[in-house]
Design a binder for this molecule. Structure first.
Ligand code: UDP
Length: 480
């Protein structure tokens, strides 16, 4: 019987990308194995993910196995949950509803193959124990965020307050610098949030697995990795499961899903014409979008900085779904005034290929972990502007622990003239200051040197004898 590893990514572009890379790594070292990726039909999935799956399917490696569609019942009309929370509640409900389909798929695959391991980046619910296949959790973000999730059951027992209520209180999470409660992942700031319960359950479930795989490497996060491996972030008496830090796994620069051929070649041709390390690249992940008021401040800040820049702008309402009308949403005359030293791209750009380009000297990022690993792999220093999910935590670690980034500060504004509601935004002056600091001042130089050193360490980790190479070999040995 053919030996197979089954991968099941969480919804979201970066989960799929990271799983595909894990599958490729397995096949590269063990061409005799087959890889099957389970694809759930989730209402929130974007066209970017589908186009990426199509792109990868053409290579025949790995095999995609579509789970049957589910029709989640509408979330209960709970007056206390606002729109985002309702959406998150519905996403968690879909994940739960897919469990029987995943079990059916694993049973069906087992009829014709010997399943060596089931690796998921979703909560590996105890339902999966029924089929007696070794279960591994693949954490696609940093070890520092993992340390927090593993420590969550302990925090939960120490206080009855939510992170929202704890607010400025500094949390002591093993392996992490002190971090404010308000900087914890957004979908779990309130105790009644569905995200809070999902991750609390995840934290309790992980110690029972065959192993935890993390897309990071030893020299990037030595303290957090040690805290997990030694068991410091687990509740007392819990034996830590084996930990495999196998990263950095990043997308192939050739897999330019979501980018039209024209956009791709336009960006790279433009970069070819710029001096070495002179361009600051601004891009905020698959979902990072800003209000028109914030876009205006960013535009003025970039203009005042006098730096060369390549900026990916999403539509304020629709994100990646539709292309924005740049003439309408950016300040009048901005494109004309900056055209000699800037390129503004609509909605999506080939980020990996851009970060790899020698003309790029800095990256303003939302701190999504894939973006961070891409910057680290190419030695590009960062300005961190976290937006959602666990990105605020990633930002603190990038600045305080890894020392690869400069933070950007927010200020409070009234949302509209005469309107009392306050919103947080970054001022044009702050954008100008941080971009200049990154690109022309001493702080930027120091970060650049450290980033280039880290690039060398990232490569070393993945080559024979390196920490990630060895961890991956241990992982495969655990299947036999
Ligand atoms: N990405 C891209 N072009 C874009 C925006 C994003 O290629 O215009 C890619 C980026 O290179 C990364 C992924 O999408 O591989 C985003 O993953 P990340 O974890 O950084 O952020 P998320 O989208 O999950 O917030």
């Amino acid at each position: 019987m053919k030996e197979t590893v089954v991968l099941y990514p969480a919804p979201g572009f970066h989960h799929m990308v990271s799983m595909v890379e894990l599958g490729k790594l397995i096949i590269q070292h063990h061409p005799d194995f087959s890889i099957t990726i389970l694809v759930a039909s989730t209402p929130s999935e974007t066209s970017t993910t589908s186009s990426y799956i199509n792109l990868i399917s053409n290579t025949n490696l790995p095999i995609f196995f579509s789970l049957p569609s589910i029709n989640p019942p509408p979330p209960p009309p709970n007056q206390d949950l606002h729109e985002t929370q309702q959406r998150v509640a519905s996403a968690f409900q879909s994940i739960r509803l897919n469990v029987p389909h995943v079990l059916d798929a694993l049973r069906a695959i087992s009829l014709s193959s010997s399943v060596l391991a089931f690796i998921t980046s979703l909560n590996p619910f105890s339902d999966y124990d029924l089929i007696h296949i070794p279960i591994y959790f693949y954490f696609t973000s940093c070890a520092s965020a993992l340390s927090f999730f593993l420590h969550l059951p302990t925090i939960h027992n120490q206080t009855s307050k939510s992170f929202k209520e704890l607010n400025e209180t500094l949390l002591d999470i093993p392996g992490l610098p002190p971090i404010k409660a308000s900087q914890m992942p957004q979908p779990m700031l309130h105790r009644e949030d569905p995200g809070y319960h999902y991750f609390l359950d995840l934290g309790s479930r992980l110690p029972k697995l065959k192993g935890i795989i993390v897309n990071t490497f030893d020299s990037l996060e030595p303290h957090a990795i040690k805290a997990i491996a030694d068991g410091a972030c687990f509740p007392k008496g819990v034996v830590p499961p084996p930990l495999y830090c196998i990263g950095p796994l990043i997308t192939d620069a050739k897999d330019r899903a979501g980018t039209s051929y024209d956009a791709s070649s336009e960006c790279l041709a433009w970069l070819d014409g710029q001096p070495i390390r002179s361009v600051v690249f601004l891009c905020f992940g698959s979902r990072g979008k800003f209000s028109e008021a914030q876009l205006e401040r960013m535009a003025f800040g970039l203009e005042m900085s006098n730096q060369r820049f390549l900026w990916v702008v999403k539509s304020p309402d629709q994100g990646s779904v539709t292309e924005p009308d740049l003439e309408v949403i950016l300040p009048k005359g901005f494109l004309e005034r900056t055209k000699e030293r800037a390129l503004v791209v609509k909605a999506w750009a080939p980020q990996n290929a851009i970060l790899r380009h020698e003309s790029v000297g800095g990256f303003v990022t939302h701190c999504g972990w894939n973006s961070v690993l891409e910057a680290v792999s190419y030695g590009v220093p960062m300005v961190v502007w976290p937006l959602y999910a666990e990105q605020h935590l990633n930002a603190v670690v990038l600045v305080e622990e890894m020392k690869l980034a400069i933070p950007i500060n927010m200020a409070t504004y009234n949302s509209k003239e005469g309107n009392k509601e306050e919103v947080l935004m970054v001022s044009a002056e702050e954008v100008e200051k941080k971009v200049r600091q990154l690109m022309e001042l001493e702080d930027g130089k120091v970060l650049r040197e450290r980033s280039l050193d880290m690039r060398v360490m990232a490569t070393a980790a993945r080559t024979k004898g390196g920490s990630s190479f060895t961890a991956f070999s241990r992982l495969v040995a655990s299947w036999k």
